[in-house]
Design a protein around this ligand. Structure first.
Ligand SMILES: C[S@@+](CC[C@H](N)C(=O)[O-])C[C@H]1O[C@@H](n2cnc3c(N)ncnc32)[C@H](O)[C@@H]1O
Length: 271
C-alpha cells in the first residue's frame, strides 16, 4: 500500500500531474485561506528571514511566503524539475532561489535557515521522520519549522483509497516526529477547504515547532533512505509499474469526488 510514498513514483506522478496542478489540484485541496491559516504558525514576522520551502512544487505555498518575506531570501526545493519549471514561470516567485533536491537529504549546511516550510509533501516521503530531522538540522537555533500534511479520512472507503495512494499520518504521528526530531513549543491547527466543512473528520494538519539549540537533530540522518536515481532492473521496473498504476488511479479518484463535493457545497451556500 501507499504506492506513491516513494521517490521515483512521486517523481513520475508529478511529471504527469504538473501541467494540471495549478488548475485542478490546489483550488480544490489547498486553498489560499488554508495557506494563510497554516503560514500563521510559521511566524513569518520579518522581511529578511532566510526561508526554505521544501516540496515547493509550482510555488503556491511560496506565493504566500513572499507576501511576508523578501523573495531573494526564499529557497524553493523540490525533487521534481517539472514542478519547479512551472514555478519559474510565475512572476511572484521568480526572485526566489530554486533548487532540485530531496527533502530527506537537504543540500544545505546545518543551522542555515530562519524558517522551514513544507506543505503537502511529507505524504510522499518514504522516511518522513528523516525529512523532519532534516528540517531541524537546516534551521538555525530559534528557527521555526512548519509542516502541513493530510490526516486520515474519516470515511472507510476514502481511507482505503487514501492508503493505496500515499501516507496519511495521524496527528499523533506528526507530533511524535517533531518531538523526536528535537522540536519544542509545538503548535498545531487543523486546515480544510470549504467543501470539507460538513465532514466529521479533520482534513489536514498544520504543525510547527521551534529548534532550541544549534546542531543536527538528535534523531540523526542515519535512518534508511530511498534513492531517486536507484538504477532500474527488470524487477524494479515491474515493482514501479505495480505501484504507479494503482497509486495514480487512487490519487486521481479524489479529484472528481472533491469536484462533486465542492459543487454541492456551492449549491447549498446559494440555496
Ligand atoms: C502536493 S505537491 C505540494 C506543492 C507545494 N508545496 C504547494 O503548496 O502547492 C507535493 C510536492 O512535493 C514534492 N516532493 C515529493 N517528494 C519529495 C522529496 N522526497 N523531496 C522533495 N520534494 C518532494 C513533489 O515533487 C511535489 O512538487
Amino acid at each position: 500500500m501507499r504506492m506513491m510514498q516513494h521517490k521515483r513514483e512521486a517523481y513520475w506522478f508529478y511529471r504527469f500531474l504538473s501541467p494540471l496542478y495549478d488548475r485542478w489540484i490546489n483550488p480544490l485541496f489547498w486553498t489560499p485561506e488554508m495557506r494563510s491559516e497554516a503560514l500563521r504558525l510559521a511566524r513569518l514576522n520579518e522581511h529578511a528571514l532566510a526561508t526554505i520551502d521544501v516540496g515547493a512544487g509550482t510555488g503556491f505555498t511560496t506565493e504566500g511566503i513572499v507576501e511576508r518575506v523578501d523573495p531573494a531570501r526564499v529557497t524553493m526545493l523540490d525533487q521534481s524539475p517539472h514542478q519547479l519549471g512551472r514555478a519559474a514561470g510565475k512572476p511572484s516567485v521568480r526572485g526566489c532561489h530554486r533548487v532540485l533536491g530531496d527533502a530527506e537529504e537537504l543540500p544545505f549546511a546545518t543551522d542555515s535557515f530562519d524558517r522551514y516550510v513544507s506543505a503537502g509533501s511529507i505524504e510522499y516521503w518514504p522516511a518522513p521522520e528523516r525529512g523532519v530531522a532534516e528540517a531541524y538540522r537546516v534551521l538555525k537555533p530559534g528557527g521555526v519549522a512548519l509542516i502541513v500534511g493530510p490526516l486520515p479520512p474519516g470515511n472507510r472507503a476514502a481511507r482505503r483509497l487514501a492508503d493505496t495512494w500515499m501516507l496519511f499520518p495521524s496527528e499523533e504521528q506528526y507530533r511524535r516526529w517533531l518531538a523526536t526530531a528535537g522540536f519544542v513549543d509545538v503548535v498545531a491547527s487543523y486546515v480544510e477547504p470549504r467543501w470539507h466543512r460538513s465532514a466529521k473528520s479533520a482534513y489536514a494538519l498544520a504543525i510547527a515547532g521551534t529548534k532550541p539549540v544549534p546542531g543536527p537533530s538528535p534523531l540523526g540522518a542515519d535512518l534508511p533512505s530511498e534513492e531517486l536515481d536507484e538504477p532500474m532492473n527488470f524487477v524494479r521496473r515491474l515493482r514501479f509499474a505495480g505501484r504507479f498504476v494503482p497509486g495514480s488511479a487512487a490519487g486521481a479518484t479524489f479529484v472528481p469526488v472533491a469536484v462533486a463535493l465542492a459543487l454541492r457545497a456551492r449549491l447549498r451556500s446559494r440555496a
